[in-house]
Write a protein of this length. Structure first.
Length: 119
């Protein structure tokens, strides 16, 4: 188990970063200024080699959902396919940002559900 924390160097305010496995999607932070990151990890084994292949945790939800006979196949709804086909990517990105992202002079652009300000 690991915990992640980030801080924009402008104000020194720290944020706890959500685990992609728990929120079910990639955690993204975009900025153009100095940012500090702390990772707190616990060693759980003395074993020297990897037992299994490492996988990015933000894909865990997809792997678990489509495991077995449908491994690697991602299914989307008809409406989602039409939306992706008819709406240009730059506009889809802007709509997503409008619905989900927050701007902070300290941290940058981030999804408000993925970062919790620490006291």
């Amino acid at each position: 188990m690991s915990r992640y924390f980030v801080s924009g160097k402008k104000s020194g305010t720290w944020y706890a970063v959500s685990d992609p496995k728990i929120v079910g999607e990639r955690v993204v932070l975009q900025n153009d200024h100095a940012t500090e990151m702390i990772v707190i990890a616990k060693k759980i084994s003395e074993e020297g080699s990897l037992v299994s292949t490492p996988q990015q945790s933000d894909y865990t939800v997809l792997w678990d959902k489509f495991a077995g006979e449908n491994e690697g196949v991602v299914r989307t709804s008809f409406l989602h396919k039409q939306y992706r086909k008819l709406v240009p990517k730059y506009l889809r990105d802007k709509l997503w940002e409008f619905r989900h992202k927050r701007n902070s002079s300290n941290l940058g652009r981030y999804y408000k559900g993925h970062f919790k300000k620490l006291l």
